[in-house]
Design a protein around this ligand. Structure first.
Ligand SMILES: Cc1ncc(COP(=O)(O)O)c(C=O)c1O
Length: 387
């Protein structure tokens, strides 16, 4: 890959753009579990698809280049990637995790790793003093998600990396919301970048996938061993879907981010809305830090209505966004954290974190801005009429 090319160009022109055996302008889907060995003594590059598969290799190399790492790994889901990365820890180790982490990550840390003697603390990562105070002698990993879900809280990646380095810990960053198009945590010093590639990277609500990228060969070897041992690898067809999604990542994000920032401004002024959370807005408390470590505010925003009744009216009236979990797709997706991503959290705990019964999250897709605005405006007028 040519270093002088922009990210936009690199998405299309990577080393797998043309199949070297057939000339096909698409990576071949090697739907094989095993590979014929010509001789007894041969040790071929591919022998069994859990250990390695050519389509998976193409995706793993593509994401490694895009994130600025040395090695990439593709998994069956974002949770498979995250869980496998946590297998780097051993009994007696401690992990410090951002308080408003994705629910599935919360579950693997609190309900599963804890059964294997791995200690954890959840902490508000926007408060560096709190992070510092919670680092223990056995802390091995600091785990960040920025911007976080669903309140788009911003963590200063550089500052956390510095604290981690001072204390001999690794930094893991879940980069699902930003993607390497907008934020490259390895360049800021992080050790492992994780993705739910189900979201923006694949981008079409049609496959589940997870990715991990490291910038250190030795860490790469350790993660490879775990990927092969645990076996939660991504199948060849889904690797191909992610590779195809990657080609349009730049244009999709360009469009969605533009619309998201216009919608954030529109929603901010609407009388039915109590609050808008979007790190691209200058009055967002983390916007300065966010814009120092990312290109722009991204394509996800949250907003707060009066109460659950208002949410129900809006959800019943809008016609464009699908009302669903997930994000980062061609179609806009409206989610209700209280009953979706954070349903498992006790209400008191949820409200304490600012995830109220009136909070909605909108992942902005590729629809026309005016159409989306008109759709939301009409739903919000109905909300006002009932209040
Ligand atoms: C930020 C974040 N990380 C990880 C995950 C888990 O990914 P997956 O659903 O692909 O397992 C999600 C899923 O919603 C997510 O939003």
């Amino acid at each position: 890959m040519h270093d002088q090319w922009s990210f936009q160009t690199k998405l299309i022109h990577n080393k797998h753009k043309v199949d070297t055996t057939t000339g096909a302008v698409s990576v071949a889907i090697q739907q094989a579990s095993t590979f014929h060995q010509q001789t007894l003594d041969e040790s071929p590059e591919f022998d069994y698809s859990r250990s390695g598969n050519p389509t998976r290799k193409a995706l793993e190399e593509a994401i490694a280049e895009l994130e600025g790492g040395v090695r990439g790994f593709a998994f069956a889901s974002g949770m498979a990637a995250i869980s496998t990365a946590f297998l780097l820890l051993s009994s007696g180790d401690h992990v410090l995790v951002t308080e408003d982490v994705y629910g599935g990550t919360y579950r693997i840390v609190a309900d599963v790793l804890s059964r294997f003697g791995i200690e954890y603390t959840f902490v508000d990562m926007t408060d560096l003093d709190a992070v510092k105070a919670n680092i223990r002698p056995n802390t091995k990993v600091i785990y960040i998600e920025t911007p976080s879900n669903p309140l788009l809280k911003v963590t200063d990646i550089r500052a956390i990396v510095q604290l981690a380095k001072e204390n001999g810990c690794l930094t893991f960053v879940d980069n699902t919301f930003m993607t390497p198009a907008l934020q490259r945590p390895l360049d800021l010093g992080a050790d492992i970048v994780l993705h739910s590639a189900t979201k923006f990277l694949a981008g079409h609500s049609d496959c589940l996938a997870g990715l991990a990228v490291v910038k250190d060969e030795k860490l790469g070897e350790e993660l490879y061993k775990l990927q092969n041992a645990f076996g939660a690898v991504l199948g060849p067809h889904d690797c191909w879907l992610v590779l195809r999604g990657l080609k349009t990542l730049h244009v999709r994000l360009d469009q969605s981010v533009k619309t998201a920032s216009q919608l954030a401004e529109f929603l901010k002024k609407h009388p039915a809305i109590k609050k808008v959370y979007y790190p691209g807005l200058h009055d967002h408390p983390g916007s300065d830090i966010h814009l120092r470590q990312s290109v722009n505010g991204g394509a996800v925003l949250s907003f707060e209505l009066e109460d659950e009744k208002a949410v129900k009216i809006l959800a019943d009236h809008v016609q464009l966004p699908v009302f669903a979990v997930s994000l980062g797709a061609v179609e806009s997706i409206l989610s209700y954290p209280a009953k979706m991503s954070h349903a498992a959290m006790p209400k008191e705990e949820r409200i304490k974190r600012g995830i109220t019964d009136g909070l909605l999250r909108l992942s902005v897709g590729l629809e026309n801005f005016e159409d989306l605005k008109n759709d939301l405006e009409s739903g919000l007028s109905t909300v006002l009429a009932y209040q």
